[in-house]
Design a binder for this molecule. Structure first.
Ligand code: GLC
Length: 751
């Protein structure tokens, strides 16, 4: 009985805690529970003219055939557009093509309501930036806002109004292929990235022709798919949901994101696409979200497979009654809602709320003022892949790279080197450089390969050799001899290993996250003949590269670095940029350690190397290969004088943290100074530490900088036993360092 009572108290308290923002609904709105738009009059005037068929048509989204992002496409969608059966499309772009589609919706339908056009512009549209998991390693929020801004400029120049981004799923299982799309494992950092992305895509005025509607996805906890297997069950506590998976969504809503996408998975046994608590209660009532909700691709239909709907009629009723507005591709709404309203399974008001939100988005984008405002041939020519953007793309890529190992300071290399060999399946490979979810990015000719980047960097005096060595998924060693010959001739080898771009992203989970194929074998053979071998890693997820870490002197994580990959890698390898990237997702030593993340609980028997009766594996070192927040530099940073301006604080006081960082090495460089907080005793178990601050600073060699942080109630607050959000008096430990495994700390008492 106590348990049930506790749960009820928890839910009630949670509702109170999160009901901070209430929707500013108008009392006189005939449609209840709706945030009234500034276009309210125009929307209602248009809705008054619409037939039920025209209203239902607005809820229907079909896929164009310029990209394939799901199980099927309707070929004859143009007929449906002309018949007023389509409110939005995805996977269509270019001015000519979008003009043609919009023209069908404006000129061939009774009311001429323009289509809303969406596309997965996730890390660039034509200029492709590093994958989001790489970009997150820059720890540069302004830069991440800028790349989203550029993506919006390029996408809108090709007729796109709406991007299905940012993907903000927190991920702690690198077997899941979609870790490449997000910002990694930390909710606090992931929330900041979500805000930056929403601001970048939407700008300060959605009605401008170079801003687009953002779509925070996938709501919610898609990254917690069991065993990292895509589309798998998600089963987690309400506490985990609130502490780990919801914060970035809440941050995106607070930042004014204009739409949200349902996740394929269930939460608490209820698929997100029909989870009324998630949408009507949490998002709309508690968080005040007034944007539109779009399902993921055929997610309504998939509720039949989930086993919560006997047929598409039932699935469609569940979805719209849960607060879903747009049906992506599945046509459940189109085929069933009229009957559902006639039968009373769906109210007219529920339908009208969905239509209102879709029309609101179209009004806010300015599509009723000028349906062709994004169909501008001059912008399409002038605003895409312009040279300064390419240079910026290269800069972002250099900043996303993480130096994982550099023993005996093999890097940076001299540009006067006589002979260098660039070897491996990713050495002279264009098609993989821009990674997955790369929108309209050209992957066949435009990307700069590592081999090209090295040649661009060095004078003709340097001999640059190339050998493939091996492929991704082969046991064949037929390419080894040529690679070994090249390695023998070279002063240094750049060995480009990793994954192909289609080994990560959607539906690309891997049960093993080792280097695919026989790449480790190739590395061993190359290292036998040339100790000066640098591993250039290109991948969409953390990989279990313990062997490479054991045998190679230097490892540079470059992820899928985008259109300018090869030039950016050469900038880092030859010292024109001192790497400063820090991991935002833990690298395990083997897949058996997964899930492994820095902000874990202490447990009652925390690992103690001197006590076997503690939480550990007997067959592997019980630390990650590389922890969250880790990344080396060509220089060395030392931390000293970590102090608090007071040892005790009483609400509403704040504490100022100061630390001195010294560049004691031989290169100027940047350091991401990280602040972590540990709540030593709480009303519930607490993580051993949580990131609550960071500052990226540039320090010239030999210089020192003092960095300051402020700690207040917000930094010490969490979901307490009753799930209310706030702080508790007690002892805290404040850590400051260059990685999450720092031990550099001081104590703080909250009275
Ligand atoms: C896919 C993805 C989603 C994407 C959508 C449209 O299935 O899950 O992230 O936005 O379909 O392409």
């Amino acid at each position: 009985m106590k348990g049930i009572l506790q749960f009820i108290i928890m839910i009630v308290a949670l509702s109170i805690a999160l009901s901070g923002c209430t929707s500013n609904q108008s009392d006189d709105s005939k449609i209840h529970d709706l945030t009234v738009s500034k276009y309210d009059g125009k929307i209602k005037e248009l809705m008054a003219k619409m037939t039920i068929e025209e209203k239902i048509g607005q809820l229907n989204m079909l896929s164009g055939d310029w990209a394939i992002t799901g199980p099927f496409i309707r070929a004859d969608f143009k007929q449906d557009i002309k018949a007023g059966k389509v409110g939005s499309m995805l996977n269509c772009y270019t001015v000519d093509y979008t003009r043609e589609l919009i023209n069908l919706s404006v000129d061939s339908t009774r009311l001429g309501i323009p289509l809303l056009l969406g596309y997965d512009v996730v890390h660039g549209h034509r200029t492709i930036f590093p994958i989001p998991l790489a970009e997150a390693c820059t720890w540069d929020l302004n830069l991440m806002e800028q790349t989203a801004r550029i993506a919006a400029i390029e996408a809108s120049a090709e007729g796109i109004h709406w991007t299905f981004a940012p993907m903000v799923d927190i991920t702690r299982d690198p077997r899941w292929g979609r870790v490449m799309e997000g910002a990694g494992e930390d909710p606090w950092y992931g929330s900041l990235v979500a805000i930056a992305k929403v601001k970048g895509y939407q700008g300060d005025d959605l009605s401008k022709d170079n801003t687009i509607l953002a779509c925070v996805k996938h709501v919610a906890a898609y990254g917690a798919a069991e065993a990292g297997r895509d589309y798998n069950t998600v089963d987690l506590s309400l506490r985990s949901l609130y502490e780990t998976y919801l914060p970035p969504f809440h941050a995106a809503v607070e930042a004014g994101v204009g739409s949200a996408m349902t996740a394929f998975n269930e939460i608490n046994g209820i698929p997100c696409t029909e989870n009324q608590w998630l949408w009507e209660d949490l998002f709309r009532k508690q968080w005040g979200f007034d944007g539109l909700v779009v399902t993921d691709y055929t997610a309504i239909n998939e509720m039949i497979e989930h086993g919560v709907a006997a047929n598409l009629y039932q699935a469609s009723v569940l979805a719209i009654n849960a607060g879903v507005d747009v049906d992506m591709v599945g046509q459940g709404f189109l085929l069933n809602l009229k009957q559902a309203i006639e039968k009373g399974d769906v109210t007219q008001e529920q339908l009208d709320k969905a239509v209102y939100r879709i029309l609101k988005a179209k009004f806010e984008l300015g599509l009723f003022d000028d349906p062709y405002k994004y169909c501008n041939k001059e912008r399409e020519k002038a605003d895409i892949m312009i040279p300064e953007r390419t240079q910026f793309c290269r800069e972002v890529a250099t900043k996303s790279m993480v130096l994982l190992k550099n023993s005996n300071k093999l890097l940076p290399l001299s540009k006067e080197i006589k002979t260098i060999a660039v070897i491996g399946p990713l050495a002279d490979n264009k098609i993989d450089m821009i990674g997955g979810w790369s929108a309209a990015g050209d992957r066949n000719s435009r990307p700069v390969t590592l081999f090209e980047g090295v040649k661009n960097k060095l004078s003709s005096k340097t001999v640059v050799l190339y050998a493939l060595g091996t492929d991704f998924n082969t046991s064949s060693t037929e390419g080894f001899d040529e690679a070994i010959r090249a390695a023998k001739q070279a002063d240094v080898v750049l060995l480009a290993l990793g994954e192909s771009n289609d080994m990560s992203a959607e539906a690309k989970s891997r049960s093993s996250i080792d280097l695919p194929g026989n790449q480790n074998l190739l590395a061993d053979e190359i290292l036998k003949v040339n100790k000066n071998t640098v591993i250039i890693l290109m991948n969409g997820r953390p990989l279990t590269i313990q062997h490479l870490d054991d045998v190679a002197p230097a490892i540079l994580e470059t992820w899928f670095a985008g259109t300018e990959a090869g030039n950016a890698i050469a900038d880092v390898v030859f010292g024109d940029y001192n790497p400063a990237g820090k991991l935002t997702m833990t690298f395990p030593r083997n897949a058996g350690q997964i899930p492994i993340y820095y902000s874990h609980k202490n447990t009652g028997r925390p690992f103690d190397v001197n006590n076997s009766w503690t939480s550990h594996y007997i067959d592997v070192d019980n630390t990650p290969l590389y922890p969250f927040g880790y990344g080396l530099s060509y220089t060395r940073f030392e931390y000293s004088n970590l102090t608090l301006d007071k040892k005790e604080m009483t609400h509403p006081e704040v504490v100022r943290v100061s630390v001195t960082v010294t560049n004691s090495g031989n290169y100027d460089g940047e350091e991401v100074v990280q602040l972590y907080i540990q709540d030593l005793v709480g009303s519930v178990t607490r993580p051993i530490k949580e990131l609550k601050g960071f500052e990226k600073i540039f320090i010239k060699q030999g210089n020192s900088v003092t960095v300051h942080f402020t700690i207040g109630q917000e930094e010490l607050s969490f979901y307490r036993e009753d799930m209310s959000f706030g702080s508790e008096p007690g002892e805290y430990r404040i850590y400051v360092g260059g990685s999450s495994d720092t031990e550099n700390s001081v104590r703080l008492t909250l009275n």
